[in-house]
Structure formats: C-alpha cells, structure tokens
Write a new protein. Structure first.
Length: 371
C-alpha cells in the first residue's frame, strides 16, 4: 500500500467536474495509484449533479462557494484550504484542470507546497489577458508551475512550446470527449418534460462569461428576442447559469417571451441529449464549443475571441461576437441557407477520440517509471 503513487485531483466547477470525473474513474481502477478527489466546491449544486452522475464521493469537500462570490475571497479561500489538504496528504502528484479560479489557485498552492503538478487541458490561449477574464491568466499560471501538461490538440502543444516550455508537454485529446461519448452512448433520455415543440427548430443558448456581463449579455438577449419575433418556426431554450450577474440581465429581457424557455441549469445527461436535438447552438461556453462539433451541431460563439480555434478552422464553429446585429445576421443565415447550415454541421471533432483519460494515465505511469 505505502508505495502506491498518491494522486490528488482538485476541481471545483461544473465543467472541471465533467472533464475530471472520467479521469478520476480511470485512475481509481489502477491499483498502482492511490487516488484522492478534492473538490473546492467553487460551484455547489451544478458540481454535485456531476459528481452524482459519475458516482464520485469526494475525499475532501472544501465547500467554498458563497452567493455572488468575488475573485479575491474565493482565491484566498482556495489557497488556504488546499494548503491544509496538501500538507496533510502529501500527494506525489496534484492534477488540476483548465482555467478556473480553482485551477489557478490550487496549482499555485501545490507549487508553494513544492509538489509535482499536472495540468489537464493545458496550452489553451487567446494571448489576451482580458479575454476570457480571468481565465487566460489562470492558464498561464497553471502551465508555468506544471510538470506535466496534457494538451487537447496540437495547437495547444505548440502554444506551450512557443512559450519556451521545454518538457512535460503531451497531446492527449480532451477528456470532455470521454465524458460526452459515455453519456451519448449510455444515457439516452426522453426530453418531453422540457415541453419543447417538436414542430419548431430549437436554438440552444448558454451564456455565462464574466466579460459578457452587462451590455454584451443584454445584446445577446435582445438579439434572441428579435430573432424570435422574425422567425415563427424557431424556439429558444436557455438553461440559465446560476450566477446572479447572468440571471439579473437575462430574466428581465427574456422571461415570458413566447417560444423562449428559460430553465434552470440542466444536469449533464439532459443537456447532452438536448445538444443532440438542437438545430443551432449559441454559446460562450468553452466546453460546449468542444462538445457540439462532436455532435455535428453548428455553433455560433458569443465571444470576440476563442482559445479553441480548431473547430472554427474545421468549419463547425463561427465567432459571432456580442454585437446584436451581427448575431441576428449570422443566425438568420443559418436558418435561411441550407448549404451554409450543412457545411457547418459536418461532424468534425478536433478534440479527441474519447480515450484522453487512458492516455493521461499512461503518461503518469511513465513519469513515475511504473511501466
Ligand atoms: C466559473 C469560472 C468560469 C467557468 C464557469 C463554469 C472562474 C473565475 N470562473 O464562473 O471560468 O467558465 O465557472 O460554469 O473560475 N452559483 C450557484 N450555484 C452553483 C454555481 C454557481 O449559486 O452551483 C452562483 C453563486 O452565486 C456563485 C456565482 O454563481 O457565487 C458565481 O460562481 P463562480 O464560480 O465565481 O463564477 P462562474 O460565473 O460560475
Ligand atoms: N452543461 C450542462 N448543463 C447546462 C449547461 C452546460 O451540463 O445547463 C455542460 C456542458 O455540456 C459542458 C459544461 O457544462 O460540458 C460547460 O460548462 P460551462 O458552460 O458552465 O463552463 P465553461 O465550459 O465555459 O467553462
């Protein structure tokens, strides 16, 4: 028992959980590893629903979420609380995911504890510190303290190589495809309870990014309102993120509008099934930009820049930005022009083959000379 490699996986938000749970499950099956799951619970309800789906009971639940939390308090809480866990458990390797405050501060904490660090979903960059805010800087922090960097694509690999990182860079694909394929293959469900009209084309909308708070999100909502007025054959469903900064803008504009359904965040299984049924997806989400191309769904990204340009290059994703007229015109083109729609819905998925967790496991085994 004592010579097992102790690996702590730290995560805290919905998307990190979706992308880390397949890896937790994979590593737990290997008797050479002692796996610890540490959740900061930067998110609460929408984190718990993912843990439940993958049947993962955290070894440590730091329970940090506060209503309408700010970056300073959350950051210092993560730094101090993970310190206690790292000192008590003394892991051989600490894995963090992506670019959230949980990722950035847990990695910094692990660095202060002089631990080996692995970054899952490494190498994403816009090279603009304000887009996305604060995630771009979290990415830079995590990659600069990491020993192992698991990159989803070649582009991410090159971003790291070009920033002068010399070793520890691997291309593995994104574990989001592991999660998505698991759900799509094993968890088909009926979505009648959502009350969508089967005769209408469904547009699925999600938006939650900090840099879209205020005017940009208002523009997005007003664009949806005008599209609904103009097109009697469409309906919009928007699972609204629990962040009050999102809800306080969205509800006053879109609540009680005919053919617009504002719903609570959906559990991952219904959400994947809904992506499959949607005609068009409008989103500023990182994860959805990766999942939708794997399902052959056209995505218009409601952001000025993306750190995930691969699917844009392949044609399944386009940047629509947050200008109202621009969003309306790009959606209208997809509704009216079948050739354009077909071009975008060609299912090309640049983000992996669903075996990223297995590749990561093998790299860790190699790193500790366990092969
Ligand atoms: C965070 C991440 C963002 C990621 C997003 C995924 C940072 C800075 N931001 O943004 O990168 O894209 O998660 O969703 O790390 N809330 C609840 N219940 C929940 C979750 C959130 O009520 O289960 C509310 C709380 O009031 C909370 C607020 O949302 O304070 C904001 O949560 P926070 O994690 O700070 O920001 P997100 O916008 O969720
Ligand atoms: N998602 C979900 N329910 C929803 C909205 C999104 O399960 O109501 C999933 C989605 O499939 C993706 C992840 O949550 O895997 C994305 O999370 P989010 O958009 O909050 O964060 P981001 O990816 O932008 O960091």
């Amino acid at each position: 028992m004592t010579n097992k490699i102790k690996i702590a996986l730290v995560f805290g938000t919905r998307p990190e959980a979706i992308k880390m749970c397949p890896l937790v499950k994979r590593l737990k099956q290997n008797p050479l590893f002692h796996v610890l799951t540490v959740v900061t619970a930067q998110h609460r309800q929408i984190l718990d629903s993912v843990l439940e789906l993958f049947d993962i009971k955290p070894d440590y639940d730091l329970n940090l979420m506060k209503p309408n939390q700010n970056l300073w308090d959350l950051s210092s809480d993560i730094l101090l609380k993970t310190k206690e866990v790292f000192e008590k458990e003394d892991p051989d390797l600490i894995l963090v995911h992506g670019d959230t405050t949980t990722a950035g501060l847990s990695a910094l904490s692990a660095f202060y504890a002089r631990k080996k660090i692995g970054h899952v979903e490494a190498g994403l960059r816009t090279f603009d510190k304000n887009y996305p805010f604060p995630e771009e800087i979290n990415r830079v922090i995590v990659d600069s303290v990491s020993d192992l960097m698991f990159c989803p694509t070649e582009l991410a690999v090159n971003n790291l190589k070009n920033s002068n990182i010399k070793q520890g860079i691997y291309k593995t694909g994104n574990t989001v495809i592991d999660a998505l394929l698991y759900v799509i293959e094993n968890k088909k469900i009926n979505l009648d309870y959502l009350g969508l009209d089967k005769n209408l084309k469904t547009i699925l909308l999600t938006s939650h990014r900090r840099e879209n708070f205020g005017k940009p999100l208002e523009n997005i909502c007003n664009a949806v309102k005008e599209l609904i007025e103009k097109n009697k054959d469409i309906q919009v469903i928007y699972p609204v993120h629990p962040n009050p900064n999102v809800r306080n803008t969205v509800y006053p504009i879109l609540d009680n509008i005919e053919r617009v359904k504002l719903v609570e965040p959906l559990d991952y299984v219904p959400f994947c099934n809904l992506m499959k049924e949607a005609h068009i997806i409008l989103t500023d989400s990182g994860g959805v930009q990766e999942e939708a191309p794997a399902l052959g769904k056209p995505v218009l990204v409601l952001r000025e820049e993306t750190e995930r340009p691969e699917a844009v290059e392949y044609g399944g994703v386009k940047l629509a930005g947050t200008n109202k007229e621009n969003i309306i015109s790009m959606v209208q083109t997809l509704l009216d022009n079948n050739e354009e729609y077909q071009k975008m819905s060609k299912a090309v998925n640049p983000y992996g083959d669903g075996r990223a967790s297995e590749y990561i496991e093998n790299i860790i085994l190699d790193y500790f000379n366990l092969k």
